[in-house]
Each structure stands twice: as structure tokens, then as C-alpha cells.
Design a protein around this ligand. Structure first.
Ligand code: AMP
Ligand code: ZN
Length: 120
């Protein structure tokens, strides 16, 4: 394990060293509730293997990622009776990425919820 993986907060969640509220997982991906939700049921989808950003992921993760997001979105829509969801990625520090383990944000949405998600 590299020092980066050892110190990474999302790797710690994958290793079971930190708690999370799990939404879904398969062999390669884990979806869990964001600790600071900007909307109810705000969820993060990560590969279980450490990659710093989307720019670094390998072919296998690249191919499976959309399926993992789709599956998580389906579960969230059912769970919170949502009408849709936003998918967001902050890729790199300049784009607002704080945790250096690639993660897509999923924000469940309801018709007329008035939520304005803006790029700062
Ligand atoms: P980003 O700016 O895209 O890197 O977002 C990082 C996200 O990770 C933020 O929305 C945080 O609230 C979330 N986060 C950080 N630590 C944890 C944690 N231990 N469990 C769940 N979410 C976390
Ligand atoms: Zn990591």
C-alpha cells in the first residue's frame, strides 16, 4: 500500500477503518452518503481501488463507472422518491476537488425543489 492510499480517507472507508452509510457496492465500486450533504441523500460513488482523479483511472474502472453511477442513481430515486438526479465531479484541485480519491457526487432531485447547484 502506498502512503497516499494509507492516508486516504476514502480508502480508509473501503478498508473498513472509517464508518460510512453504505448505499450500494459491487466488487469494484462503493456508493456511500456524503458526510456534508448539500441535498438530502447526497451520495458519493467511488472505485474501491485508489485513483486520485478521473484522469488516472484504468480501463476497467472507466468502463464500469457509468454502470455504478446508474445503479446508485436508481436506488436513490427509489429510496427518496426522487424525480431525477444530478451527477457532478470535481476533477483536480483547480476544479474544487478536496478528497484526492476520485468520486462522483449524486444529488437526488424532486420536481420544483428549487435547489440551485452552481459552480463557484
Ligand atoms: P470534493 O470537493 O469533490 O473533493 O468533495 C469531497 C466530498 O467528500 C465532500 O462533499 C465531503 O463532504 C465528502 N467527505 C469527506 N470526508 C467524508 C467522509 N469521511 N464520509 C463521507 N463523505 C466525506
Ligand atoms: Zn483512496
Amino acid at each position: 500500500m502506498t502512503n497516499e492510499e494509507n492516508d486516504c480517507v476514502f480508502c480508509k472507508i473501503v478498508r473498513g477503518e472509517m464508518p460510512c452509510h453504505k448505499i450500494w457496492e459491487d466488487e469494484n465500486f462503493l456508493a456511500f452518503a456524503d458526510a456534508n450533504p448539500v441535498v438530502e441523500d447526497h451520495t458519493l460513488v467511488i472505485p474501491k481501488k485508489h485513483f486520485s482523479s478521473l484522469s488516472d483511472i484504468n480501463e476497467e474502472i472507466c468502463c464500469g463507472y457509468i454502470g455504478a453511477i446508474k445503479e446508485t442513481g436508481k436506488i436513490l430515486v427509489k429510496k427518496c422518491n426522487a424525480d431525477g438526479f444530478n451527477v457532478a465531479l470535481n476533477n483536480g484541485e483547480a476544479a474544487g476537488q478536496v478528497v484526492n480519491h476520485v468520486h462522483f457526487h449524486i444529488h437526488p432531485r424532486k420536481k420544483g425543489d428549487g435547489l440551485k447547484l452552481s459552480f463557484k
